[in-house]
Design a protein around this ligand. Structure first.
Ligand code: ADP
Ligand code: MG
Length: 386
């Protein structure tokens, strides 16, 4: 059934707008965002769609097509969490974010549907937040910029959902552009949309289909190890605020003061920031050999020093690197499962997919998924003719 019909059947009325926001994949710059550093994601062709119509009774009715579930609250009361329909807390957090900015939303009927794989590290959560944000801005005629919606969406996830993520996911979901990768400074939020040479290269996303428990704990542990590194390095480098402020050269000069584990973690972050800047240059020059080296160096530091890879991600990268036309590959996202990416010569995507679909299950007993996506547009709204 078409989504509009589902809306009509659910709410007995027509939606007035359709909002869309994409998931994302990070090409390079992993675990750098919360260190005030650099990242380089693309928005992907997988999206969350929100259909919306306004209500004048203050009620907000949410319907998730994918979970076939409802969640309801009223704008006249404080917005509560929904402990049963936890998917709705992302949308609720966005309503709360507007409210915090003095923008009280009118009531609304909202339908939510998505094809961003959930929990695979492709940021279906940011896609929901951004799709809801742009939908509410249009529905209410709120005067608020796209970048402010990005921040509002991150806050929804940090403060309402309680997931302490960086700004990257919402930023690329909100600000991505077709054909471009996003070089983002996570401190200043300065960014450059760098053309991705889609005539030469493709990005292939390989989902290991594994997800480790304890990911949240490990994530918080890495964050505090980086902070500890900064505290110790500040004795010699008093002006630094985050690992982003430390050059590779400075780091090599003072790293011996760090405990071994902290040193390993910081080594990855300092080098990874440098790799992002180098990757931007390599991409602009279409220097595939250099791009490949940087992707592989990123993977090995994440595996050996930051210790956030796992055997399935390592295997994915190893299989990919054995396929002709693959320029480079690495794990992407927080780690411990989720997805790896490969950058491949144009035309070699299917060959890689075929090999992954045979070799990965043969070695793990797990059926993987492969997604091929050109860099896509960020969140936007289309008015529907009534
Ligand atoms: P991801 O890596 O995909 O962002 P998260 O755990 O951060 O994983 O977010 C996934 C959560 O986002 C889901 O558990 C659900 O609550 C919400 N979500 C994602 N996609 C949808 C969808 N299509 N419909 C409703 N909720 C969704
Ligand atoms: Mg998420």
């Amino acid at each position: 059934m078409k989504l509009i019909e589902t809306f009509q059947n659910t709410f007995n009325r027509d939606p007035i707008l359709k909002a869309k926001a994409p998931g994302r994949v990070n090409l390079i710059g992993e675990h750098t965002d919360y260190n005030d550093g650099f990242v380089m994601p693309i928005a992907i062709q997988y999206v969350v769609t929100v259909l919306a119509a306004p209500r004048d009774d203050g009620h907000v009715n949410l319907y998730s097509v994918d979970f076939d579930a409802h969640s309801t609250f009223n704008m006249d009361n404080e917005i509560p969490h929904d402990e049963t329909q936890t998917w709705s807390n992302y949308e609720r957090g966005v309503f709360a974010g507007f409210l915090k900015r003095g923008m009280k939303s009118i009531g609304a009927d909202l339908l939510i549907q998505g094809n961003v794989p959930i929990g695979a590290g492709l940021s279906s959560s940011a896609a929901i937040e951004m799709a809801t944000s742009v939908a509410l801005r249009t529905l209410n005629n709120f005067d608020i910029s796209q970048v402010e919606l990005v921040k509002l969406s991150q806050e929804a996830e940090n403060q309402f959902v309680g997931m302490n993520c960086g700004i990257m996911d919402q930023f690329i979901s909100g600000m991505g552009q077709a054909g471009k990768s996003l070089f983002l400074d996570c401190r200043s939020l300065e960014f450059e949309l760098v053309p991705f040479p889609s005539d030469d290269f493709s990005v292939v996303i390989m989902n290991t289909k594994v997800k480790r428990e304890l990911t949240g704990t490990e994530y918080n542990e890495r964050r505090s190890q980086c902070e500890e590194g900064v505290r110790i390095l500040q004795k010699n480098l008093p002006d630094i605020r985050a690992l982003r402020d430390v050059s590779v050269q400075q780091f090599n000069q003072y790293k011996d003061e760090l405990p071994e584990l902290v040193c390993n973690r910081c080594t990855h972050v300092v080098r990874e920031n440098d790799r992002v800047e180098q990757f931007v240059r390599a991409l602009k020059a279409k220097n595939s050999a250099r791009m490949g080296e940087l992707l592989l160096a990123s993977h090995s530091d994440l595996r050996d020093l930051y210790e956030v890879s796992c055997k399935e991600l390592d295997l994915m990268v190893e299989i990919a690197m054995g396929v002709e036309g693959v320029i480079g590959a690495r794990m992407t996202g927080a780690g411990f499962g989720g997805c790896a990416i490969a950058v491949v010569q144009k035309g070699r995507e299917k060959a890689l997919e075929d090999v992954i679909m045979v070799q990965y299950p043969a070695k793990t007993g797990i059926q993987p998924e492969v997604y091929i996506s050109a860099p896509s547009d960020g969140a936007g709204v289309k008015m529907l003719n009534q």
